[in-house]
Design a protein around this ligand. Structure first.
Ligand SMILES: O=C(CO)[C@H](O)[C@H](O)COP(=O)(O)O
Length: 216
C-alpha cells in the first residue's frame, strides 16, 4: 500500500480556506485531516460544525476527523452526518472505548483510536481487532508546529508488532511534527498514514511538498 498523506487543515489559511482545500484536492494527498479541539481535552479550541460543513462542500477526498474533545460519544451521529469518513476518538477521553468504537461503526463510518504521547500501546490489546485505525500522537495534542517526539518510533514498532500478532487490519497513522526528515524512518517502522500540518501549509509550494512526502 502506498503512503497515505493527510494534510491537516489546522495549518491552512482560514481566510483562504477554499483555496487551500482546492490545493489539497488537486495534490497527491489522500485525505483531509480535520482537528477538532474543545479547549477542555486540549488547551486550544480549533473549529466546529459550520467549518466542517464548509470543508465538506468543497473537499473531494476522504475526511479524516480527529476529535480532541471530552465525551466524544455525544457527537458521533453529528460528525457522521457532516460527512466524516473516519472518526477518531482519544483513548484518554473514553471510559467506555469499546462502546464508543461500536457506535462509530454503527453510524456507517470507520473508527479510529488515538493515543497521547504518554499512553502505551498495550492499552489497545483488547480492542485492536475492533478498530480501523490507530492514531499515534507524536506531539502533545492541541497545537500545530511542535517538535516531533522521538519515542514515537518505539511506539510505532510496538503497535506494528501488536497488529501483526493479532491479525488486526488497523492502519497506523502518526500526527505531529511530521516532515521530510522523519517520514522515511516512520514508514520503515510501519506507519501507513501521515498527518502533516505546518510542514505542508507553511511551505512556499505545498503541492510540491505533498508530492515529496508521498514519494519518500
Ligand atoms: O493534531 C494536531 C495537533 O493536536 C495536528 O494535526 C498536528 O499537530 C499536525 O500539525 P503539525 O504537522 O504542524 O505538527
Amino acid at each position: 500500500m502506498s503512503t497515505i498523506i493527510a494534510p491537516s487543515l489546522l495549518a491552512a489559511d482560514f481566510g483562504n480556506l477554499q483555496r487551500d482545500i482546492e490545493m489539497v484536492n488537486e495534490s497527491e494527498a489522500d485525505w483531509f485531516h480535520l482537528d477538532i479541539m474543545d479547549g477542555v481535552f486540549v488547551p486550544n479550541i480549533s473549529y466546529g460544525m459550520p467549518i466542517i460543513q464548509a470543508i465538506k462542500k468543497h473537499a473531494k477526498k476522504t475526511l479524516d476527523v480527529h476529535l480532541m474533545i471530552v465525551q466524544p460519544e455525544r457527537y458521533i451521529e453529528t460528525f457522521a452526518k457532516l460527512g466524516a469518513d473516519i472518526l477518531t476518538v482519544h483513548y484518554e477521553a473514553c471510559p467506555h472505548l469499546h462502546s464508543t468504537v461500536q457506535s462509530i461503526k454503527a453510524s456507517g463510518i470507520k473508527a479510529g483510536v488515538s493515543l497521547n504521547p504518554h499512553t502505551p500501546i498495550s492499552v489497545l490489546e483488547d480492542i485492536i481487532l475492533d478498530v480501523d485505525l490507530v492514531l499515534i500522537m507524536s506531539v502533545n495534542p492541541g497545537f500545530g508546529g511542535q517538535k516531533f517526539i522521538e519515542n514515537t518510533y518505539k511506539k510505532v514498532g510496538d503497535l506494528r508488532s501488536l497488529i501483526n500478532k493479532t491479525g488486526s487490519k488497523a492502519l497506523i497513522e502518526v500526527d505531529g511534527g511530521v516532515n521530510d526528515q522523519n517520514i522515511s524512518a516512520l514508514k520503515k517502522a510501519g506507519v501507513d498514514a501521515f498527518v502533516a500540518g505546518s510542514f505542508v501549509f507553511n511551505h512556499k509550494n505545498p503541492t510540491e511538498i505533498i508530492s515529496k512526502l508521498k514519494s519518500i
